[in-house]
Design a protein around this ligand. Structure first.
Ligand code: SF4
Length: 612
């Protein structure tokens, strides 16, 4: 009998080149060191992929990993991680999504799926518990995500779960995404391109196993307590009603609503893209991922005959990057663009930011093409061209960093970090975000830290109680940010490794590490402490850092686009402000146990049990 049952004791390997699959045990010592999900994935990646491997070569591994809470009754525990070496950054590339695919993989009896090699023809993997097949898929060639899911569910039954790529992944667009549940997206580090490079169109899963918990009654009581905490949290009423679109309003109010590629932080058409407008005009009903009472997602409609559709609505990041960042103030267009991106299998942040970059190049006369701010029809057309690598879309498909290297004079407004396009929120109006985005292990990313503590109206007294400094709650100052950012960094790893949503945990502070430690203790029947979990967070963050350094990452790339460091915002509450990263970065390295060059010290690695 297994010593704990929240794990399925199975890591499933599929070698597409050899047409073989096999299972290995999830080594018990790894559970206490890496937990699962993102922690397990980076351990596997570090063991399997040599530092010199090209991200789009068969040497890269594509890892789908669940966590100990995935598929249990714990709130919002439908998450799973996908990880590979990223073609955007050439560094570690982790991503996380909800929906129902993760639980289904676990119900099939597997903690993780590791895909190796490259299939000779376009294929998909079919997993039905222990039965694993690699099937050729010529009938799926060029198909969008929605059609792919429909065809595979026709073939294998509506109850199967599908994670797949669209044409963007097949065409190796560098910011192609993997999509499950039609609208839940494993975006950001270009994992859809990695999947496309393996000639893998989809993974189809059907499971019939249970996920058992050891101390069922206590686990159930704790789950009920967690539900009550989520419901009682001050963010619950608005967050469950509007979802992440709420942050559009916060960004505009703080002067950080990224407009025209970050040239402005206040959008004159904001009212047209606000959370209220989305809710009143477009939201038909709320949607939830597996086991989530927060139901932050919106099922939307667009009635304008030019863009008519019903489907999944955009998150805040997509509203901004396909809206104000490209100067578009029409939700009909933004919702349609988001829907197209989902069907093409494109990361909306990178796609929108790449278009915004080229629009600014046009504004400055650096390219011959005329790309006008706010031209919604153009944005829709460019998304189609990117996904199919047609004309200018082929150039855009490379992303901002590579385009900038070919356009003289564009470097200062190329919004990327380490090759990954910059997320929606303007870091000049959130200095904790600024630090996190400069150092995130997957490049320009907000979710590796997400220090909402500085945005959600916390008081200086709470700043002292939580992080020993009253200034950490002030988004416009660099003071007191390092302990807060580190806490969020480690807690983010725990959420991504236990596989529970960040929006019921550290993004809203409804559930904290102590709650997760209790859930996992009752789940496994073994005692876990919050200190132990936070140390896992630190260990995984360091392992990712080490992985990046071995792949040649230059710590001088722990920085931000020049625009945010030297170009003050011209209006709004953040007028005159830039990011003074040098006031935070050395202290961040020091508190992380790294040397002044940003390398983990020997004693840090020894304390965490990581081989250097
Ligand atoms: S909070 Fe939103 S994204 Fe997170 S699990 Fe719930 S519905 Fe999904």
């Amino acid at each position: 009998m297994r010593d704990d049952k929240m794990y399925q004791d199975s890591i499933l390997y599929v070698d597409l080149a050899q047409g073989k699959s096999w299972r290995k045990e999830f080594p018990p010592p790894w559970r206490r060191k890496f937990l699962g999900g993102r922690g397990l994935a980076v351990k596997l990646l570090a063991d399997l992929v040599p530092p010199e491997a090209d991200p789009l070569s068969p040497q890269n591994a594509l890892i789908f990993a669940t966590g100990p809470l995935t598929g249990t009754m714990a709130p919002s525990a439908g998450r799973y991680t996908v990880e590979a070496v990223s073609p955007r950054t050439n560094l570690v590339g982790y991503s996380n999504s909800g929906g129902h695919f993760g639980p289904e993989l676990k119900y099939a009896g597997h903690d993780a799926l590791v895909v190796l090699g490259r299939a000779p023809e376009l294929s998909y993997i079919l997993i039905e518990d222990d039965e694993v097949e690699i099937r050729e898929a010529p009938f799926l060639k060029g198909k969008g995500v929605f059609e792919t899911v429909r065809l595979l569910q026709e073939e294998h039954g509506g109850e199967c779960q599908v994670a797949c790529i669209g044409p963007a992944g097949e065409n190796l667009v560098l910011y192609a995404a993997i999509v499950n549940d039609l609208w839940d997206v494993q975006g950001r580090p270009g994992l859809g391109a990695v999947m496309g490079s393996k000639n893998l169109k989809a993974v189809v899963v059907k499971g019939s196993r249970d996920v058992e918990v050891r101390r069922g009654q206590e686990f159930f009581s704790k789950v009920l307590e967690c539900y009550q905490k989520i419901r009682a949290d001050k963010t619950y009423p608005d967050f469950s009603k509007y979802g992440t679109s709420l942050i559009t309003d916060i960004a505009q109010a703080s002067g950080g609503l990224s407009t025209r590629n970050g040239q402005q932080g206040v959008f004159e058409l904001y009212e047209n893209i606000s959370s209220h407008r989305l809710h009143q005009k477009h939201t038909l009903r709320k949607k939830a991922c597996f086991g989530c009472i927060l139901h932050c997602k919106n099922y939307v409609k667009v009635d304008d005959p030019r863009y008519i559709f019903r489907g999944g609505g955009p998150e805040y990041e997509s509203i901004v990057t396909l809206g104000s960042r490209v100067g578009v103030g029409d939700l009909n267009v933004i919702l349609k663009a988001n829907d197209l991106a989902n069907d093409f299998g494109l990361d909306t942040i990178s796609a929108g930011t790449s278009i915004a970059f080229l629009m600014e190049c046009s504004q400055r006369g650096l390219i011959p093409e005329r790309l006008e701010w706010g031209d919604g029809e153009l944005v829709l057309e460019l998304l189609r061209k990117i996904a199919h690598r047609e004309g200018i879309g082929d150039f855009l498909a490379q992303g901002v960093k590579r385009m900038s290297e070919e356009i003289a004079g564009s470097e200062s407004f190329a919004l990327h970090v380490k090759g990954l396009e910059f997320p929606a929120f303007d870091p000049r109006t959130g200095k904790g975000f600024a630090l996190g985005e400069a150092v995130a292990n997957r490049g320009g990313d907000h979710l590796s830290h997400l220090p909402n503590f500085e945005l959600f109206g916390m008081t200086p007294k709470e700043g002292i109680e939580w992080f020993g400094n009253p200034h950490c709650v002030d988004p416009y100052t660099e003071k007191g940010k390092v302990p807060m950012v580190l806490w969020h960094e480690y807690f983010a790893v725990i959420c991504d490794s236990a596989e529970i949503c960040k929006y019921t945990t550290f993004a809203t502070y409804a559930l904290l590490p102590k709650d997760l430690a209790e859930l996992i203790s009752y789940d496994t029947g073994e005692e876990w402490s919050e200190e132990e979990l936070m140390e896992i967070g630190e260990r995984v963050a360091n392992l990712e850092r080490l992985f990046n350094l071995k792949r040649g990452m230059d710590p001088r790339d722990d920085t931000l686009p020049a625009r945010f460091l030297s170009e003050p915002l011209k209006e709004g509450p953040a007028k005159g402000i830039v990011v003074r990263l040098e006031e935070m970065l050395p202290e961040y390295y020091r508190q992380h146990g790294w040397d002044e060059r940003g390398h983990p010290k020997k004693e840090t690695l020894e304390r965490l049990g990581i081989e250097g």
